[in-house]
Design a protein around this ligand. Structure first.
Ligand code: PGA
Length: 263
């Protein structure tokens, strides 16, 4: 069955107590949703262990926001894939634009992290996105192809089955972000699908491509209906659990109707 992946990265927002309150409510909501909706949450590192206790008897996947690629060593302030795998996490978010912008993450570093994640059976959720200049100069597709090809360098077809991609145009993310037109999102997701097929042949058809960047109550349905949009990666509009519930309820109804999501 094809899944619709819906998740939220809390960035540096929620405390442990706030995260537990959110997760407790999300669990109740998840029981009302069709199984075609695959929920995931990505808390801060400090909240992962306590929140794992709440997600372990649910269908909600749990992920971390970043990690180092080494198993261990003298890397003050970092956390390793071995440590994250010990917690029983499902996902690791890699290469979010804020990591690239404020912490100088490169595609080459993300590639090392992708391999480390796969070695520890953590699904890498690789974030890619062009910035406003790339869009202005009409090099969005070149930029995205290069981000995809470098971050996935050396990944086998078999490994690629565990990879997820999140397309998040930098100009659409956060408070200053401008929501993208659905037609633009459709064009880019179709291009990303072709690029993934170029890299992994038929496996490229299976890799979920999520959309993110100012996804909100006005635009989520439009994006989620697009052929090559396999999920939504939501920031601000999902941080209030009751607002997130409104989005989830409507997506649940849509998924129940959509043939491809019910097998
Ligand atoms: P936003 O964040 O939905 O608040 O724009 C998206 C993201 O950074 O993943």
């Amino acid at each position: 069955m094809k899944k619709l992946w819906i998740g939220t990265n809390w960035k540096m927002t929620k405390t442990i107590a706030e995260g537990i309150a959110f997760t407790t409510r999300l669990k109740q909501i998840s029981e009302t949703l069709p199984s075609a909706i695959q929920l995931f949450i990505i808390p801060s590192h400090t909240a992962l262990v306590p929140i794992k206790e709440f997600t372990s008897d649910s269908s909600i996947y749990l992920g971390a926001q970043n990690m180092h690629w080494e198993d261990g060593g003298a890397y003050t302030g970092e956390i390793s894939p071995r440590m994250l795998a010990e917690m029983g996490l499902d996902l690791i978010e890699l290469g979010h634009s804020e990591r690239r912008q404020y912490f100088n993450e490169t595609d080459e570093a993300i590639n090392k992290k992708v391999h480390a994640a796969l070695a520890y059976a953590l699904k890498p959720l690789i974030c890619i996105g062009e910035n406003a200049d790339h869009k202005h100069y009409h090099i969005s597709k070149e930029t995205l192809a290069s981000q995809l090809k470098i971050s996935l360098h050396g990944v086998s077809k078999q490994q690629a089955k565990n990879v997820l991609i999140a397309y998040e145009p930098v100009w659409a993310i956060g408070e200053q972000g401008v929501p993208a037109d659905a037609a633009y999102v459709a064009e880019i997701h179709d291009f990303l699908r072709q690029t993934l097929i170029g890299l992994f042949e038929e496996v490229g058809l299976e890799i979920p491509i999520l959309y993110g960047g100012s996804v909100n109550h006005d635009n989520f349905l439009e994006y989620s209906k697009l052929e090559n949009v396999d999920g939504l990666f939501i920031g601000r509009a999902a941080w209030d659990i009751e607002q997130f519930k409104e989005i989830l309820t409507q997506l649940g109804a849509q998924a129940a109707q959509k043939k491809s999501y019910i097998g």
